[in-house]
Design a protein around this ligand. Structure first.
Ligand SMILES: [Zn+2]
Length: 449
């Protein structure tokens, strides 16, 4: 009898405090030992010398659209793409599946689809929309990670935006359940008015779209959301913050005692308004791409930990929905969950941001905030979710490598750092030699609070 099932030997283990050469011992899918030259026996040994050993990534913001809009993405293809990029856990948004996840029955349908198809572990967000207050408790009982609401149009009719009354009432309940509310913070009054004006004037370009969703709309919505969260004592998280000032607002609210956090996405760290003409519809997202000053500011906040999370907001569609003469009519959302870490690692080098910061922003900090208690660290007692990456290899993101249902991305052609050698979920290899083990099945995770 061996002491362990598996030892990953001699890799450069990435922890919150830095990178150290160590062995990782695994038993029953759990990390049982981490240390230099472990003198334990194991049934299997993986030689990781020269490789980095990251905690498996945790992407808390994906739209896999399954069930119901599986022509855009599926849980099978989306989770396979994650595994290829070193991710071992996702939390799926309550839209754009059909039905949207705003009731217990809708949750049950999503859970069934995910249980049958996810190749990595997963949690599920519920939705807060006008009229579903009575369903929040059944969603909590079923184990949602928290709730998501929109302060502007969501892009689909079946997930209406929340007015302030809905937000306040929702926050009161969510606080009682000790859960968390995620908000898409753009002020609808501003974006609706500017959109109407643009359309009336026949303006249809990418630039016109950007002007219809100014930074001020984000800041106005963040201010309202954090003040409501302060009043209701509800835990709050602002998704995809696109401006440096937005992160500052969140940080100021946090300093004043509001339990609030925020995230940004790779596209806001990689591209600016100037890039949108080149990217075309593939680069359309909301909030839109911002200025160089915002991009630099966001990176500074990632560097110093004020901005603790970078998640993909993988929001795919068919290619046809991303093409056409009227930019306002195109689907807004960027396909990117497969490449988050490799894109960030490339950009991070030029900005003197180390791999442990990227690791924390894409795993540990996300897991801690949302209650994924066994995820996000290479440490004893955590799930043996590992990304073995060869950081001696640089490359370019190629369309043919993408595992999405619709094989395209705004990031095609972008430089990437590192190649996935192996991705493991609870000690089981789910991706190796460029191939996903599609027979792997992830587990549903409830938040630990
Ligand atoms: Zn989203």
């Amino acid at each position: 009898m061996s002491d362990l099932d598996l030892i990953v030997r001699g890799g450069r283990v990435v922890t919150g405090s830095g990178v150290t050469v160590a062995d990782v011992g695994i038993a029953d899918g759990t990390i049982a030992a981490v240390g230099a030259d472990l003198s334990l026996s194991a049934d299997e040994v993986i030689d990781a010398r020269g490789l980095h050993v990251f905690p498996g990534g945790v992407d808390s913001h994906v739209h896999f659209n399954d069930p119901g809009r599986t022509e855009w993405e599926t849980i099978a293809t989306g989770s396979a793409a994650l595994a290829a990029g070193g991710y071992t856990t996702f939390v799926d948004m309550p839209l754009n599946s059909r039905p949207v996840t705003t009731s217990g029955a809708a949750f049950d349908a999503k859970l069934q689809a995910a249980t049958a198809n996810a190749v990595v572990d997963f949690g599920l967000w519920g939705g807060l929309v006008p009229g579903n207050l009575e369903h929040l408790e059944e969603l909590v009982q079923r184990g949602v990670m928290g709730f998501k609401a929109f302060m502007c149009s969501s892009g689909i009719d079946d997930f209406p935006q929340s007015d302030d009354r809905t937000l306040r009432a929702g926050m009161e309940r969510i606080a009682q359940f000790d859960s968390i509310l995620l908000v898409h913070a753009e002020d609808a009054a501003t974006t609706d008015r500017l959109t109407r004006e643009a359309l009336a004037a026949g303006k249809k370009s990418a630039r016109d779209f950007i002007r219809s969703r100014p930074a001020a709309a984000e800041l106005e919505a963040i201010s309202r959301a954090v003040s409501l969260a302060g009043e209701t004592r509800c835990r709050l998280h602002i998704v995809h913050v696109s401006t440096a000032r937005g992160v500052q607002l969140v940080d100021e609210a946090k300093a004043s005692g509001v339990d609030v956090s925020c995230e940004t996405c790779p596209h806001y760290l990689l591209y600016t308004e100037e890039d949108l003409e080149r990217l075309g519809g593939l680069g359309k997202c909301a909030p839109p791409l911002r200025t160089n000053k915002d991009r630099d500011g966001l990176w500074r906040f990632v560097f110093d930990g004020v901005l603790p999370m970078v998640v993909s907001d993988h929001s795919p569609s068919t290619l046809a929905l991303k093409q056409g003469p009227d930019f306002f009519k195109l689907w807004g959302g960027i396909s990117g969950c497969q490449s988050t870490r490799q894109l960030l690692l490339w950009q991070a080098r030029a900005r003197s941001v180390g791999p442990s910061t990227i690791s924390a922003a894409t795993a540990g900090n996300v897991a801690r905030r949302f209650g994924l208690a066994r995820k996000g660290e290479v440490a004893v007692g955590f799930d043996a979710d590992l990304w073995l990456a060869d950081l001696s290899i640089d490359g370019v993101l190629r369309r043919e490598d993408l595992l999405y249902r619709n094989q395209f991305s705004a990031h095609e052609g972008a430089p990437i750092h590192g190649r996935t050698v192996r991705t493991m979920v609870r000690g089981q290899t789910v991706f190796m030699d460029g191939r996903v083990d599609r027979s792997s099945r992830g587990r549903f995770i409830r938040p630990a609070r």
